[in-house]
Ligand binder design. Sequence first.
Ligand code: ARG
Length: 467
Amino acid sequence: MGKLWGGRFTKQTNHLVDEYTASIGFDQALAEEDIQGSLAHVTMLGKCGIVPQEDVETIKAGLQTVLDKIRRGEIEFSVADEDIHMNVEKNLIAEIGPVGGKLHTGRSRNDQVATDMHLYLRKRVVELAGMLHELQKSLIGQARDNLDTIIPGYTHLQRAQPILFAHHLMAYVSMFQRDIERLMDSYKRINVLPLGAGALAGTTFPIDRHFVAEQLQFDRVYENSLDAVSDRDFIVEFLSHASIIMMHLSRLSEELVLWSSTEFNFIELDDAFCTGSSIMPQKKNPDVPELVRGKTGRVYGNLMGLLTVLKSLPLAYNKDMQEDKEGMFDTVATLEGALQLFAPMIATMKVNKSRMREAVNQDFSNATDIADFLVGKGLPFRQAHEVIGKTVLYCIQQGKYLLDLTMEEFQQFSPLFDDTIYEVLRPETVVNARNVYGGTAMDQVAEAIKRGEVLLSMTEQWLAEHV
Ligand code: ARG
C-alpha cells in the first residue's frame, strides 16, 4: 500500500523528505490517545448514521487489535507513514481491509492531532499535580519534625533573623501550592474538544461533536473550528507552568546543595539519593538537586521554543506545529523525573539540629530584637539601630556574641539595658516574638502546618475527581 494521500501524486516521495517530515519517531507516544479518540469518533459516526453500524463494529474491533499489538510492541512503525495517525490507520486497514478507510470520515489529522494532545496533557497535568502533592507531604512531614528547630534566616545570603526550619520548609509548601493551583486551573482550558473542526472549517457530515466530547469526558467543545485546530495555547501554558515549577525546584535544589556542604552542614541527604566521585573517595555529591537545577534550563528552553514556533504563524494547521511535541514530552519527562525523586529525597533527608543550633548561637541574627528592646524603652528606632550597630562592632572586635556580653558591657552602649535583655536575646524568644499571621513564631507555624494539611486534603479531593 502506498501513501494514504498518494492519489494526487505522480512520483514517490524523496526518502529524505519522508525522514525529515515524519513525526512517528516521537508521536508514537500518543498511540493510546489517538486510538481512544478514534474509538469515540467512529462510535459517533455510527450513532449519526454516517457509517453503517456493522462497519463501526468492525472498525472498533480493528482499532482494539491495533492497540493491543502496539502495547505488545508488535507493530513496526513506518517513517513512510509519517505520523502516529497514519500509522494507526494503515495498520487498521491491514487488519480489517478497506472498510477501515471509513474511520477518517468527517475528520482531519488537524483536529485529530489536537485532540490527541488535549487527551495526553490532561492526564499529565493530573499526574503532576499528584506528584507536587507528594512533595508537599514530605515537606510538611519534615516541618512537623522541626517545629522547634531554629536556623539563621538569611537575606543576601547573610544571617538576618532566626527562623524555624519548619517555617522555611513551609514557604516551599506555599510555592508548590500555587503550582498545583495553576495546573488545576489550566485543566479547564485543556479539557476542551477540538474534534469536529475538520481541517479548519468544520465538516459537511452531520456529526455530533457534543456526543464525542461526552464520550471522551471533555467538559466543552471548541467554539470555533479555526481556533480548535490552531490553538496550542494550552501547551504554551503548560510549559510556562512547568517552567515556574522547575524554577521553584531549582531554588530548593540550590538550598539543599548549600545546606549539605561542610560549611553549612545543616542537612544530610540520604545515601540512596547521592552519588560518589570516581577519584575522591571521601565525596558524597548532591547530584540530584544539582541536576534538577541544571535541567531547569531545558524546560525554559522548551517554553521559548514553542512560543517562537507559534509567533506570527497564520491560523489553522501549519507543519511548523508538529514542533509542539518533543519539547512538551521532554518537559513532562524532566518534571516527572525530578518530582519523583524529590518527594522521597526530602522525606529521608537528615536534619542536623545540633549544627543548626550552633549556627544560631554564633550569629548576630538577634540584633534586630535588641534594637526593638531599646525602642520599647522609649529610644527612637534610628538611635537604637545606631547603638546596636556599635554593640555588634564591639562584639566582633572582642570575638563575642551578643549573649556573651556582661551587663556592664551592655550598659557602656546604653543605660536603658537591664537583665531582661538576656531573655529577649534567646533564639526561642526572638522566634516567638514574630507572632503575626504568617510569621515564624512556633504557634504561627503550627497553624500554618494545619492549613497546609487542609490544602493537602483539598488537592486529594480534586485528584480523586480528575482521574
Ligand atoms: N504529524 C502532524 C503533527 O504532529 C499531524 C498533523 C498533520 N496534519 C497535516 N495537515 N499535515 O502536527
